[in-house]
Design a protein around this ligand. Sequence first.
Ligand code: ATP
Length: 137
Amino acid sequence: TEQTLVLIKPDGVQRGLVGDVINRIERKGLTLAALELREVTVELASAHYAEHSERPFFGDLLEFITSAPVVAMVVEGDRAIAAFRQLAGGTDPVEKAAPGTIRGDFGLATQFNIVHGSDSPESAAREISLWFPSLNS
Ligand code: ATP
């Protein structure tokens, strides 16, 4: 079994998509190991997105992710990392995410693509310890 960090970003929370996203996770057969609605500090957001610090959209990304509460979750199950990325769909909700995925069904802009999911076991371990330091696995 594997764990992945999932975020429902401010756009997903504000649009009332929390229940739908959790429903898709549960119907897939994945389970919740931790879940919290929380405000994101600039420090946490910068650490989470450190790999993008040189990208032109980094400022906008930090501003967006700290603008309103997010739902942070640790999602668990067989191949949880790939399974959640399949549910999420590609980064660009129009060009890359297929209909039937979270982003494909609900998104129009890459900046407002509703969810985040860890992209590798290394990222998952790093992100889970960042968001849920009290969980040890
Ligand atoms: P995430 O890490 O949120 O799951 P991802 O792995 O699909 O997304 P990344 O390439 O890691 O995509 O980009 C991280 C996030 O940065 C994206 O989800 C999106 O919110 C934002 N982002 C990426 N590219 C752009 C862009 N060109 N313009 C604005 N925002 C972007």
